[in-house]
Design a protein around this ligand. Structure first.
Ligand code: NAP
Ligand code: MG
Length: 492
C-alpha cells in the first residue's frame, strides 16, 4: 500500500552561495532507506575541502550585509519560513520518514511541526538581541551591544536532522551570523529540503549546506580558518575532536553531546500514567534514538514487579513496522551501522549472567520485520550498573531496569555516569520530586512527564554531555553573539 512512498528521490545537491551544486569530483554518496534493507532514499554530493572553502567564502561575503540588517527584518524571514514550512508538512514528513525510518504518524509529522515552531520562536525574539547601559554617572555613556560572531559552522547528527538543522539555522542567522551547515551523510535529505525552502527567503550565501563524510567534509569545516564559531550536536567522541579544533584557533564552541539519562520512579507512582511517561521518556517511538532518552530506569523495589509487568504489557501493544503505515507507532533504526551497534549491545548483554530480556531481544531473522532495520522494544532486568549496557549510550530501543530502596541510593546510581543530559522523575510527592530534580546531575530535568524540549527552554548537558546552552533566547545570546562594551565621555 505504501510501496510508492518508498521510492528514492535520486540525486540531491548542495547549497553554496545561493547555487545548487554537486561535488567537484561529481561523486555522490548513497543514503539508505532503513525500512527496506538494500534500498536507497537518495544520494548527496561527496564534498571535501574545495567545496567547504567555497561555502565558507560565500558565507564570509554575505556576512556584512546580513549583519547590518535590522534584527527584526531577519526575524521576519524566519517567520515566513515557518509559514511556508507549515504549508508543506506532509512533503517534509514523507522525506523524513524515507531517509530516517521514523514512523510518519508518531514522529515525522511532529518533528516537522516542531521545526516550524522553532522558526517562529526565534523569529519572534529577534528584536530581543539587546545590550545594557551601565550607570557610570551623568557624563559617561557606557553601554554594551550584542554582535554576531561571523561565519558559524553547524554540524548535526542523523537522529533529528530537521529540528537540529532548524536550530542551527535560526540561532546562527537571527543574531546576524551566516552559516555553513553540515548534516550527517546518514540523513541529509530533509535538511537539504529545509535549506531549499529557507533559500527562498534569504540572500545568497547567508545559509550554505555542504554534504559528505564527517572525516572529509566535516573535518575540512572544523579546520577552516574562516569559521568564527563551531556549533556541534552529536556524539561525545566526535565532540572532543570539535573542541580540539576550536582550541587550535581559540574560537567559541557549543557542544550538544550524548546521554545515558536516568528515570527514577517512586513507589507512589505505580500507575498507567507513569508507565506511559516512562515509555515517552525512553523515546521508544523514535526507536530510542534520542540524546535525551531515559534509558536507565530506576524502579522502587516495592513496585518493581508490578510496574515492570504493566510496562511490558503496554510495550507489547506498540506497533512496529513500515514507517509509512499510518497505524505504525515505531519505525526502523537509521542504518545498518547503527542497527549492528544496537544488536551488538543486545547480544552481548544476553550472554551475561543474571541479565534477562523481559521483552524484546535480538531482532527477528525472518518475517516482515527482517526486511528493514527493525529492533523491538527491549528491556533488560538483572543488570549491573557497571556493565556496558548501563554505562554506554546504546542509541536504540533498549532500556535497563534496576530496583532501589533508598532515595540516596537511587540518586547515587543515577549520577554514576560521565553523562548528564536529562533526567525524569515520577512521584505524586512534589517536594520529593523537586528535591530529586535538584540532586540529579543533568541539564534537562522533567518531573512527572517524559516529553521533549520546547523552543524557549535553555537546553544542554552537564558533564560530558556538552557545553553551552541552545534552544532559547538566552542560549542564542550566549552561544551565537559576542558582547562589546562601549564607553563615551559626554564631558568631552
Ligand atoms: P556523530 O557520529 O558524532 O556525528 C555527528 C556529526 O558529526 C555528523 O554530521 C558527522 O558526519 C560529523 N562528524 C563525524 N566525524 C567528524 C569529524 N572528524 N569532523 C567533523 N565532523 C564530523 O553522531 P551521530 O552518530 O550522527 O549521532 C548520534 C549522537 O548524537 C549520539 O551520541 C546522540 O546522543 C548525539 N545527539 C545529541 C543531541 C543533543 O542535543 N545533546 C541531540 C541529538 C543527538 P557524518 O555522519 O556525515 O560522518
Ligand atoms: Mg556517526
Amino acid at each position: 500500500m505504501t510501496e510508492s512512498l518508498h521510492k528514492s528521490i535520486g540525486q540531491e545537491l548542495m547549497l553554496i552561495d545561493g547555487q545548487w551544486v554537486g561535488a567537484d569530483s561529481g561523486e555522490f554518496l548513497p543514503v539508505e532507506n532503513p525500512a527496506k534493507k538494500g534500498t536507497e532514499a537518495g544520494q548527496v554530493p561527496r564534498a571535501g575541502k574545495a567545496e567547504v572553502d567555497r561555502a565558507v567564502l560565500a558565507a564570509q561575503n554575505a556576512f556584512p550585509a546580513w549583519r547590518d540588517m535590522p534584527a527584526r527584518e531577519r526575524g521576519k524571514a524566519m517567520l515566513k519560513i515557518a509559514d511556508a514550512l507549515e504549508a508543506q508538512v506532509e512533503d517534509f514528513a514523507r522525506l523524513y520518514t524515507l531517509e530516517t525510518g521514523n514512523a510518519i504518524a508518531t514522529q515525522s509529522r511532529g518533528e516537522t511541526m516542531l521545526t516550524a515552531d522553532m522558526f517562529r520562536y526565534f523569529g519572534g525574539v529577534a528584536s530581543e538581541i539587546k545590550g545594557e547601559v551601565v550607570p557610570l554617572g551623568e557624563t559617561l555613556l557606557s553601554y554594551s551591544r550584542r554582535e554576531p560572531l561571523g561565519v558559524v559552522a553547524g554540524i548535526i547528527p542523523w537522529n533529528a536532522p530537521l529540528a537540529l538543522g532548524a536550530l542551527k539555522i535560526t540561532m546562527a542567522l537571527v543574531p546576524g551570523n551566516t552559516l555553513v551547515l553540515k548534516p550527517s551523510v546518514e540523513a541529509p535529505l530533509t535538511a537539504i529540503k529545509l535549506a531549499r525552502l529557507c533559500a527562498e527567503f534569504l540572500p545568497p550565501g547567508v545559509l550554505n549546506v555542504v554534504t559528505g563524510k564527517g572525516s572529509e567534509c566535516g573535518q575540512a569545516l572544523l579546520d577552516h580558518p574562516g569559521i568564527a564559531k563551531l556549533s556541534f550536536t552529536g556524539s561525545t567522541e566526535v565532540g572532543q575532536r570539535i573542541m580540539q579544533a576550536a582550541a587550535e584557533r581559540i574560537i567559541p564552541v557549543s557542544l550538544e553531546l550524548g546521554g545515558k539519562s536516568p528515570q527514577i520512579v517512586f513507589p507512589d507512582a505505580n500507575d498507567d500514567e507513569t508507565v506511559q511517561g516512562v515509555i515517552n521518556a525512553m523515546r521508544f517511538i523514535r526507536q530510542g534514538q534520542s540524546c535525551t532518552a531515559g534509558s536507565r530506569l530506576f524502579l522502587h523495589a516495592s513496585i518493581y514487579d508490578d510496574f515492570l509487568g504493566r510496562l511490558t504489557e503496554k510495550l507489547k501493544g506498540l506497533k512496529i513496522g513500515d514507517p509509512f503505515d499510518e497505524t505504525t507507532q515505531m519505525g526502523a533504526i537509521v542504518n545498518r551501522n547503527q542497527y549492528e551497534t544496537v544488536c551488538g549491545y543486545i547480544g552481548e548483554t544476553l550472554k551475561l549472567p543474571g541479565a534477562n530480556a523481559v521483552i524484546g531481544g535480538m531482532p527477528p531473522e525472518t518475517g516482515p520485520l527482517s526486511e528493514g532495520y527493525f529492533v523491538e522494544p527491549t528491556i533488560f532486568s538483572g543488570v549491573d550498573n557497571e556493565w556496558r549496557i548501563t554505562k554506554e549510550e546504546v542509541f536504540g530501543p533498549v532500556l535497563t531496569v534496576i530496583p532501589w530502596e533508598d532515595e540516596t541510593e537511587a540518586i547515587q546510581m543515577s549520577n554514576d555516569t560521565h553523562y548528564g543530559l536529562s533526567a525524569f522523575i515520577f512521584t505524586r510527592d512534589i517536594s520529593k520530586g523537586l528535591k530529586t530534580a535538584q540532586a540529579v546531575e543533568s541539564g534537562f530535568v522533567q518531573v512527572n512527564q517524559g516529553l521533549g524540549i520546547v523552543p524557549g527552554q535553555s537546553y544542554g548537558g552537564f558533564k560530558q554531555s556538552g557545553i553551552g546552552r541552545e534552544w532559547s533566547l538566552e542560549g542564542m545570546l550566549e552561544s551565537f553573539t559576542r558582547r562589546k562594551s562601549i564607553t563615551v565621555n559626554l564631558a568631552y
